[in-house]
Structures are given as C-alpha cells and as structure tokens.
Design a protein around this ligand. Sequence first.
Ligand code: BES
Ligand code: ZN
Ligand code: ZN
Length: 497
Amino acid sequence: MPVNFVISTASPAQVKTDLLVIPMYSDHIFGPGADAVDVALDGGLSAFMEQAVFGGKVGEKLVVPTSDALGASSIVLIGLGKREEVTADGLRRAGAVAAKAAHEAVSMSTTLASAGPTDLDVAEASQAVVEGVLLGRYEYLDYKSDPKPSKLKRVSLLGRSAALRRGMDRGISVGTAVIWARDIVNTPGRDLSPAAFARAAQRLLRGKNVKVEVLDVPGLKRERLGGIIGVGMGSEQPPCLVKMTYAPAKSNATLALVGKGVTFDSGGLSLKPADGMEEMKTDEAGAAAVIAAMSVLKDFGVKTKVIAFTPMVENMPSGSAMRPGDVLTFRNGKTAEVRNTDAEGRLILADALALAAEAKPDAIIDLATLTGACMVALGDKIAGLMTNDNSWGEQVRTAADAVGEPVWPLPLPKEYKKLIYSEIADIRNTSTSRYGGEITAGLFLEEFVDGIPWVHLDIAGPSRTSSEDGYNCPGASGFGVRTLVELASRFRRPNRK
Ligand code: BES
Ligand code: ZN
Ligand code: ZN
C-alpha cells in the first residue's frame, strides 16, 4: 500500500492528524513547531520533557500525551542532537523513527524537514526525511500468511517552500526505487529466476525513458558472452543480460553502470557450505541497485546519458555445470581458468564490463556482492571501493558520503596481478594467495575495462542488514541506489590521463 505525501501549511498545533512528530535538539532546545505546541499546551511540553528526562539526544524518542488543545491525537518528540551537527542522513534516520512510531497511525504530520542546520538545503532535507519515512516503514511481508503492514497512509510535511516540495518529490522517487531493489533482493531464489528478474526490470522501467533490451541464451552466444553462458550453464533457469539506455536530448557525457545479478549462488560445483549458502538469494543486489537507479533518472531530469548492463544468472551445480579447471572466453577475447566455480560474480561481470567499455563511456561503475573477503576487511556496513582512476574514485566517494552510503578505498596494486596468472589461460578466477581476496577480485575485473575510468564497489557487506538499524531492517538494504542516483545527477567527466 503506497503512502501519500503532501505539503501542508497548517500550524503544528492545529493540524488534524493521528500523529504529530516534532524534532528536538540536545539540551532541551526546541525544534521547529515545538514552540507552537508548547503554547497550545500552556507550557505542558516543556514540563513533560523535564519530567521525562528527555534531552533531545540523537536516537531519543518521547511520546507526549495530548489534550483537546491540539489538532493531533498524539505527539512524538524525536531527538536530533546538536542542531549544527544534524546531517541529511540524521534526518533520514529520524524519518525512519517517525515512520516506525506511526505504524498504527493512518496519518502523520511533521516539521522534520525544516529541522536541519541553516546551511543544509531544504530540498535535500525534505528528500532525506521522505526517504527515511519510506524506508523505515518498509517491511517485506510477501510470504506472511497474515501480514500486518504499517497503517500509515498519509504524511504531511509542514512548511511552505517550493524546495520542500521538490525534495519531497525526489524523496518519493528514490525511496520507491530503493524499496523495489529491496523487494527483488528479498525474493527467494526459486521465485526470482534470471528471466523473472529481467521481466521485473522491464516492468519497472516502462514509462521511465529507459530503453530495455534483453539478451536470451542465443543472444548471449551470438555476442560471445562466454562468462555469462559459462556460469549459467549449471542451472535449469537460463541466464540473460539486460541492457538499459537512458538517453536524454543534448547529453554531453556518458556514464555506464554494471551490476552483478546472481539470483541464487549455491557456489556451483565448488559448492558452498550450508551456512555460507543461507543468504545467497541476495546475490543480485548489485544488479537490483543499478536497475532501480535507472528508474529515477527521468524524474530527476538527469542530463547525462546513462547506459547499464546487468548479467543475470543462477549459479548451480549439475551435470551441465562448468567445472573447476574449465576455461571461459569472454567478450573481449580474454580467457580465464575457472579454479573455483563460487567466484562466479567476476566471470559474469567480465562480459558486462567489456560490453560497457566497448560503448566508450566517460566512466564506468560496477556494483557487486563480490567477496566475503571484503566483509572481513570492512565489516558489513561499508562497501569496498577500487578504482583505476583516483579522480573518478573521489567523485564516487563524495556521492556515496552525501547520501549516507559509506564506502572506503582499497588499492589495486600491480604487484598483486601475478596472483591471478594462470598456467593455461590468460588469468584465473581465484588468487594463489589466501589473503586480499577482495583486491584480487578487483584486479580480475580491471582486465575488462580497457583503461576507461572505472570504479568497483564490493557491496557484499552493506547490501544486507542483519538487525534493525535506522532506516534498514533485517534483509535487503537497497544499498547503492542512492549513490548511483546522486552520481548520475552530478556526473562530471573524470580527468583523462
Ligand atoms: N556471492 C559471493 C560473495 C558473498 C559472500 C556475498 C558473502 C555476500 C556474503 C561470491 O560469489 C563468492 O562466493 N565469493 C567467494 C570467492 C572465492 C571463492 C574466491 C568468496 O568470497 O568466498
Ligand atoms: Zn559465489
Ligand atoms: Zn556470488
């Protein structure tokens, strides 16, 4: 059930709503709207805060009893910490707290979007709040026999600027896209075959100014995409590749997106142990983020041309599966010895990156749940960033930081290249060393980008959340969608070497 967002100029004390959400700063400093509420309650708000020892620190929440003096049936105060330290991500988190508090309320009104420091753009603030509300309200209930979804249907942002509305519209667009990605990634493997995933992409992108082409197995063979064919061979569900093109009039730069779309990763003949396989229905998070981001470009009026390639496969063991020791030939003619069929992500990305590079874009970014090693290095909240072009890497990092999706650079040292030399093919898909597995995976991918500025984000950690955390709930997070939208919106050609 979708939520309806509106801008309302009603006063916080009078607005007719089930739940009024008012922000507060540290040391009992009132946030926007609190004065009006306090006056209507004859000073009752200050007194109640005092009594309840509510200070307004980040994460604090307080339900305040109302009387007939207010239009709202109940009030919740949300602590934001020091005003000058409030960030867009802090507002996004507060939006999620508000949405969770409103689980049983049909309507909610809030001044949160005006609670940022003076130098935070109002549009950015309202976008963050709306994203937070949508993502905080999200629950994956498709397989519950008696689902009890949030009752929240109507959210009023209290205020009166055009920027508030602009941010709201953007927040709806991005939040809806992230939810789409989460739904895809949460879908059990049996119910999301590569073909079903491709169809879902086609449905999502209808009317979004994105041309969608799907290559089936004969198409993959014709285009010599030996990596995608090789990995897909073990499954009864045939692989495919989705190519997307967003081509606005008068664009003067091209950005290419690539995403790993493994709908289920059993490991193949190099079968994963049971506990390593439990979460592997989420191995298409990179492709889901790419497709979701494509759906937002039109709404944002993005001026850059954006092309995207998402290879979709199921990695299964069977009599027709690729074997350890097999050699695959990729789109760009390079060959790789498959040492371990569980290192399948790089095999399908190799073809997709080569296709992207052929189109000669100004820059490439790929997102992939690629290695457990990256989670060992950076934990499960931070994505690993590897690049062949530091200025492009910086651009990606700035975008990711701006939208609250943390990434951290890892090197691609030339001296590690020898770890992926093969005795019989050009390269091998696993390293000869036990260490630095995320780096050797990155070095493998670099072989396919033809020197074009490229960033690889290993999102194995942050694509899933294990426990409730801000606007993320257990399961898929939709990580990467916001970064990609931000990147495409502000794209600058990286400095050519
Ligand atoms: N999909 C996995 C990586 C992964 C692991 C994602 C844990 C999310 C959580 C990937 O295909 C994989 O299996 N990688 C192997 C590579 C190894 C065989 C070189 C890994 O990381 O163990
Ligand atoms: Zn794998
Ligand atoms: Zn995988």
